[in-house]
Design a binder for this molecule. Structure first.
Ligand SMILES: [Zn+2]
Length: 116
């Protein structure tokens, strides 16, 4: 009854070592949004939210979306040149994202590249 459920590992990643005082950094992004940079994440939360609404990948979690953006994938056409395994291997991409992507591709009349 005492086995770990995997949450431990997540906390370990989150608890990155912090040096100095936990000061809040007031930032203004390139689009004029003010936000407190209180985490290690350098992106503006307002922009992120708006981007997720605009993006065809808006239904994905933010890390999954960023993983695709990191590869330069901005739409389903680019996505269709990868196979499922390649996408699933991306950092931030979870197994639950794959069915959503599959639907997006299908709606556009496309599909993941076949496994080699
Ligand atoms: Zn912004």
């Amino acid at each position: 009854m005492t086995r770990f459920n995997g949450e431990i590992g997540k906390d370990a990643v989150r608890g990155k070592r912090k040096t100095g005082m936990p000061k809040q950094d007031r930032r203004i992004c390139s689009n004029g949004h003010r936000y407190d940079k209180s985490s290690d994440c350098p992106v503006c939360p307002v922009c992120e939210k708006e981007k997720s609404k605009r993006s065809v990948f808006g239904k994905l979690s933010a890390p999954a979306r960023r993983a695709l953006e990191h590869l330069g994938i901005q739409g389903v056409a680019e996505l269709s040149s990868y196979n499922e395994r390649e996408i699933l291997a991306l950092h931030g991409m979870g197994p639950s994202s794959i069915p959503k992507l599959r639907i997006l591709l299908k709606e556009a009349g496309m599909h993941f590249r076949n496994e080699d």
